[in-house]
Design a protein around this ligand. Structure first.
Ligand SMILES: Cc1cc2nc3c(=O)[nH]c(=O)nc-3n(C[C@H](O)[C@H](O)[C@H](O)COP(=O)(O)OP(=O)(O)OC[C@H]3O[C@@H](n4cnc5c(N)ncnc54)[C@H](O)[C@@H]3O)c2cc1C
Length: 292
């Protein structure tokens, strides 16, 4: 349980970190909260020669509103998000999700950027960021680029980030009137990771019809995904129990449910249906409470 020897640097600026990453390529690993990376080092599943600690770089952990978006620094911890008053009023799906992650220690150290780039198929953040139609900002030697969350996740532990890029920011829409959201999961009891987790954000119109909706699913298959088939079923309609049940029953369509010691593929698909239905109901209830 002792990692192989490695060098360590703590750059003071993003430029310095980008240059160090480019110079060392595959031999280097970025360090954020360390809660996913350090276990890999201890198990010797990763053996980087250099760790580049991002924690001393100023400006990478803020949470602020910029016009109709909220920008969250990649180094923001789960706890920062859980306790952000701005997010609680403008994008409550994120604190709702953060609260469900691991335990107090994990939420104090783990970062949203580390979780998204690590891309564990049972991680909670991908569901919420997909449901919200979030966008990720990546910085590398060629400059900055933005990528939609839907294009970011490619599979288990695999994303569209280049080995020489750093995730610096996540942007989500600021949502207020007639919006509601919920994140529900069946948690693996030892770690809290999602056996299946479903994030729902929706907005209703003045007549109570579903004007817009996002449904993000994690834990069901190797790649977290946006359940567009469910969204299409709900958009434009009143969210009756029958419609919600019909929509939820389609959530696993086209997915390839995982099978492991925690749950069979069939049970995972069942959980996805149940949690999708419940999350839509909960989000719809909250949306009607924010009608003014
Ligand atoms: C006991 C335990 C329980 C947990 N329970 C849950 C849970 O219930 N739900 C859940 O979702 N997660 C859970 N986690 C995972 C936890 O949320 C991690 O903190 C998270 O997955 C990784 O974030 P980190 O900041 O610790 O990243 P690190 O471990 O520092 O890094 C993870 C990976 O991402 C890369 N990386 C980090 N930051 C960046 C960046 N800005 N740009 C590019 N690459 C980067 C690193 O190089 C590394 O490959 C748990 C972890 C533990 C140890």
């Amino acid at each position: 349980m002792i990692p192989a020897a490695f060098d360590y640097i703590a750059p003071q600026s993003l430029d310095e970190a980008v240059r160090a990453l480019a110079a060392h390529g595959e031999d280097a690993k970025l360090l954020a909260g360390g809660h996913s990376l350090l276990p890999l080092l201890k198990l010797r599943l990763a053996n980087p020669k250099l760790l580049i600690d991002l924690s001393r770089i100023p400006g990478l952990s803020g949470i602020s509103q910029q016009d109709d978006k909220i920008a969250i620094g990649a180094l923001a911890t789960h706890y920062q998000i859980e306790s952000s008053k701005l997010l609680e009023t403008k994008c409550p799906l994120l604190p709702q999700t953060a609260r469900s992650i691991g335990d107090v220690q994990v939420r104090n150290r783990g970062t949203i950027g580390g979780s998204l780039t690590h891309a564990d198929p049972s991680a909670d953040w991908p569901a919420a960021i997909l449901a919200l139609g979030g966008e990720l900002k990546l910085s590398g030697t060629k400059g900055e680029r933005r990528i939609a969350a839907e294009e970011f996740f490619l599979g288990a532990m695999t994303t569209a980030i280049e080995p020489t890029e750093i995730l610096t920011e996540i942007r989500v829409p600021a949502l207020v009137r007639r919006c509601g959201s919920a994140y529900l999961k069946m948690a693996q009891q030892a770690s809290g990771f999602a056996i299946v987790g479903v994030a729902v954000w929706l907005r209703v119109d003045t007549k109570g019809r579903c004007e817009d909706v996002g449904v993000g699913v994690t834990g069901l298959s190797e790649k977290p995904f946006r359940a567009q088939v469910v969204e299409q079923r709900l958009r434009g309609h009143k969210l009756t129990p029958k419609l919600i049940e019909e929509g939820a029953s389609q959530v696993a369509e086209g997915s390839d449910p995982m099978e492991d010691l925690h749950a069979s593929a069939k049970f995972r698909a069942h959980l996805a249906r149940v949690y999708t239905g419940r999350a839509i109901q909960e989000a719809a209830k909250r949306a009607s409470g924010r009608a003014r």
